[in-house]
Write a protein that binds this ligand. Sequence first.
Ligand code: PMV
Length: 386
Amino acid sequence: MKVVTCIAPVNIAVIKYWGKKDEELILPLNDSISASLSTDIMCAKTTVMASPSFEKNRFWLNGKIQCMETNTRLSNCIEMVKKRADSSLEHYNWNISICSENNFPTAAGLASSAAGYACLVYALAKLYKIEGEISEIARQGSGSACRSVYGGWVQWHSGTLPTGEDSIASQIAPASHWPEMRALVLVANDSRKKFGSTLGMYRTTKTSTLIWERVNKVVPERVKQMRQAILSKNFESFAEITMKDSNSMHAVILDTYPPGIYMNDISQAMVNLVHCYNDYKGHNSVAYTFDAGPNACIYLLESEVDEFIAVVNYVFPKLKSVPNSEYYKGYPLPDTTKYVKNKELNVSPCSEGMLKYIIYTRVGEGPSVLVDQKEHLLQQNGLPKH
Ligand code: PMV
């Protein structure tokens, strides 16, 4: 029996991927840039086990058995890893059991599939001992997963080859390059049914005219500026491009026919709060970005966290019935009692309970192998421990 357990990070893009030029190969219309967030706080964890006694391949996701036959993205990933592996490996033809889970609620609306597929491909690569570039394989699971294969600041190059071989991710800088960078995920209380990104992107490329301005002109310029902002640790410029690019992605989604709408009134209140806060500070000291959902990811420097959290608590009061331990997740938040409401901050509070919870995290490293046997999610017989 052979077994490997790995963890991989969630990534949040600052230059967004929205729209494919090839649906099958998952080739994006434009380059995108993201940061991988610390696996201490949020990660996908996957165990892959191969054994000559397993009668078939099996896969559990968050405790539920999945149908492998109909999941072409999953089987593509397995096939691509095996194609690169040495077929003389003892376990090459053994069946496998896969067990994967996220340590954060899927309800958080965060890119769980990106972390999940990056983790799966990383674990398979270790199991079948393949070396080198694997972001191209992770891309086949979920486009944005290719960015979670690396830590720190990552660029996914759209590539020009029709085969997609050059549509890969690369690291711009490790997390240690900008150690002060933090992220706050503001999870909105929202029960609407989520509209998948695959269909959303397809409709946008078919019906939006604005997307071509974004893809051909706006993003190529921003990618250069964003790389420069990251490499020179220029937060002011980083923040402006991040917010503009999030707005631009949601604008093309709205320009889709029928239109898509992922941000809600709570998201709009978060946008307003960030701009009011930056006005009061006299410069961009925090930046929002929204994926295909209503939750904001706020990028900010460590020095800004106390004051900004105090303002968030003022504008989005917590329901008194929700205990602090359920509301504040992630790294311990600093004491904010010293900040009293500043009169120059021109924003009024919303009613209680608009946020479900807040996650405090930072930019972190890429996937890793967990060597401790206790970490395996599968028992020796290939069934999940839990
Ligand atoms: O990888 P997908 O298909 O889940 O697409 C995710 C796209 C966004 O999260 C909305 C933007 C991005 O670049 O991550």
